[in-house]
Design a protein around this ligand. Structure first.
Ligand code: NAD
Length: 350
């Protein structure tokens, strides 16, 4: 397939690009190169004959039309987004603009391309979304594909809105889409403002390791390369018009997660005192969802997919990767806002 991947210079998008090229697909990577992008993430495929890069913004309708016409993709995998919840609290506008309006512009470009080319049945618009659209769980239960949407942050609300647009373009115009909602990802090339890289890098630097609230929030962690595998599975074998939840089957509290990373670092990069002594509890994120958990029954039973690594295996690979790739994360730490506490500005004027 020739796959147009949006956001392919980001964390998950780059894993998809690397995996798709490895699997023999052709890839057109469309990315605006925001603060969250890093072309080093795809440097290993940059010279591959099946890879092309387009520096473009999904909100730019003319650019999108040109890219569809020039590359004639068989499928779109849409990952471009503003993705950091804390940044969405400080500046929701960019999230509405890219995640909602950008998705609309991309849908229209895809629809125009698909329509003018005889509405090929095999065409797919794969929208990559998050389990955060379902809101927060209590101590029990899991999100299924039938769980009502109840987003709590500007980020998750913007993703929920984009999910609804994709569904509507399928129902109204017949655009063949698949939609995936997945849990928190982690792994190599994870941008250093997200929880797991923050923990690793603060631990290595000897600084306090910030844990929001009491660290009792629960997430279902998914190794990014497993996610890329799941996405390509859904793209190729998922049923048109269907949503698939993707989870890692790895539920853990944030404090337990942080302690596991500290224990790995004690073994892999020992220092005089245990790294866990650096843990510092800080004011919680406003609207912080307590628990996310994915019921993966549909993707497991219908598509035969399940994650390949446990949380401990994935964390060990991730910590090793960060230890081995210091120049990569050092360069990104210099970017605006990275390493600072964001997302506390409730009530502040825009
Ligand atoms: P990321 O922030 O690492 O990467 C986003 C990429 O999109 C960047 O390369 C950025 O330059 C690009 N981009 C942003 N705005 C753009 C625009 N207007 N036009 C073109 N490109 C633009 O994000 P990620 O963590 O890799 O997440 C990718 C997708 O997966 C997002 O849609 C996100 O909502 C979803 N998702 C992420 C997670 C997670 O744990 N990270 C979990 C579930 C779903």
């Amino acid at each position: 397939m020739k796959i147009l991947v949006t956001g392919g210079a980001g964390f998950i998008g780059s894993a998809v690009v690397r995996r798709a090229i490895r699997d023999g697909h052709a890839v057109v990577n469309v990315d605006a190169l925001t603060y969250a992008a890093c072309l080093a993430n795809v440097a290993m495929v940059a010279d591959h004959p099946a890879y092309a890069f387009e520096h473009a913004d999904i909100r730019d309708a003319e650019a999108m039309a040109r890219i569809f016409a020039a590359h004639r993709p068989d499928a779109v995998m849409h990952l471009a987004a503003e993705s950091h919840v804390d940044r969405s609290i400080d500046g929701p506008g960019a999230f509405i603009d890219t995640n909602v309006r950008g998705t609309y512009v991309l849908l229209e470009a895809a629809r125009a391309w698909w329509t003018s080319n005889g509405r090929p049945e095999g065409f797919r618009f794969h929208h990559v979304s998050t389990d955060e659209v379902y809101g927060s769980l209590g101590a029990t239960g899991q999100f299924t594909e039938a769980t009502p949407y109840a987003p709590n942050s500007p980020y998750s609300a913007s993703k929920a809105a984009s999910d609804h647009l994709v569904r509507a373009w399928g129902e109204t115009y017949g655009l063949p889409y698949v939609l995936t909602n997945c849990s928190n990802n982690y792994g190599p090339y994870h941008f250093p403002e997200k929880l797991i890289p923050v923990v690793i890098l603060k631990a290595l630097s000897g600084e306090p390791i910030p844990v929001y609230g009491q660290g009792l929030n629960i997430r279902d962690w998914l190794y990014v390369e497993d996610h890329a595998d799941a996405l390509l599975t859904v793209l190729q074998r998922g049923e048109v018009g269907r949503t698939y939840n993707i989870g890692g089957e790895n539920e853990v509290t944030n404090i337990d997660l942080v302690r596991r990373i500290c224990a790995l670092l004690d073994r892999m990069r020992p220092q005089a005192r245990p790294h866990a002594e650096q843990i510092a509890f800080v004011t919680d994120r406003p609207g912080h969802d307590l628990r996310y958990a994915i019921d993966p029954t549909r993707i497991r039973t219908e598509l035969g997919w399940r994650p390949s690594v446990t949380l401990d295996q994935g964390l060990e690979r991730t910590v090793r990767w960060f230890l081995d790739n210091e120049p990569w994360w050092r360069a990104l730490q210099a970017r605006d806002g990275v390493g600072q506490r964001l997302g506390q500005a409730v009530g502040a004027a825009p």
